[in-house]
Design a protein around this ligand. Structure first.
Ligand code: ATP
Length: 207
């Protein structure tokens, strides 16, 4: 069982997934709240009965999974629907994430939470917070290249997230992802060693 949890966060397109994969390559367990949200909303997902009861059959696609586009449009126009969606999904995501954190067998767990700084509800479970950081211009270019969104749309998403400054103020550690993927490797090796050391110190202190 892992008792050392590193919360991983960063703005849209900062490189959270890229960095999380590099932690996994070094032996960490990844618990990814975004992936869990997808799991819960697949055709047989644990959130689907409550979502169908709350929003009706139109929230499911032909396979019975959550129709994300239709749900997104609905909550964009209706704050009460957004609150209802979050009231259904967030506790389930949190419960399953923390179950998986508890079940992990590696010396430390990476708990990836895109809105860790904004939501606050996962922070108390984290021994450390690592922020993936890059200049906003790079975030915008990456998201535009990947999603085909226009710059104002990317900026609107960023405006709804914590600012770079606020996120960095919440960081115990920072991975700077403004260059090549190779430039991440030495940073990741250092952090991996640090988390191994800190997790072993915590385990000894708890003995
Ligand atoms: P999101 O918030 O949208 O889920 P993310 O923070 O998880 O994004 P990634 O998916 O890791 O970010 O990266 C965003 C895009 O930028 C991806 O297409 C990824 O391949 C690319 N990318 C990330 N880091 C680098 C890098 N150092 N060099 C080049 N491309 C990169």
């Amino acid at each position: 069982m892992s008792d050392f949890v590193v919360g991983l966060t960063g703005g849209i397109g900062s490189g959270k997934t890229t960095v999380a994969d590099l932690f996994v390559a070094q032996g960490a367990t990844l618990v990814d709240t975004d992936a869990i949200a997808h799991e819960l909303t697949r055709p047989d997902g644990a959130a689907m009965p409550a979502l169908l009861a709350a929003f009706g059959p139109s929230v499911a696609d032909v396979h019975g999974a959550l129709d994300r586009g239709s749900m997104r449009r609905r909550v964009f126009a209706d704050p009460a629907a957004r609150a209802q969606l979050e009231a259904i999904l967030h506790p389930l995501i949190r419960q399953l994430s923390l179950e998986r954190v508890r079940g992990a067998g590696s010396p430390y767990v990476i708990l990836a939470v895109p809105l860790l700084v904004e939501s606050g509800s996962y922070r108390e479970r984290c021994d450390r917070v690592v922020v993936v950081d890059c200049p906003e211009s790079i975030q915008i270019a990456r998201v535009m290249a990947r999603s085909g969104l226009a710059e104002p749309e990317v900026r609107a998403i960023m405006a709804a997230q914590a600012s770079r400054q606020v996120r960095l103020a919440a960081a115990d550690d920072v991975v700077l992802n403004e260059g090549s993927r190779d430039a991440l490797l030495p940073q990741l090796r250092k952090l991996h060693q640090k988390y191994l050391r800190l997790s072993s110190e915590k385990a000894k202190a708890n003995c």
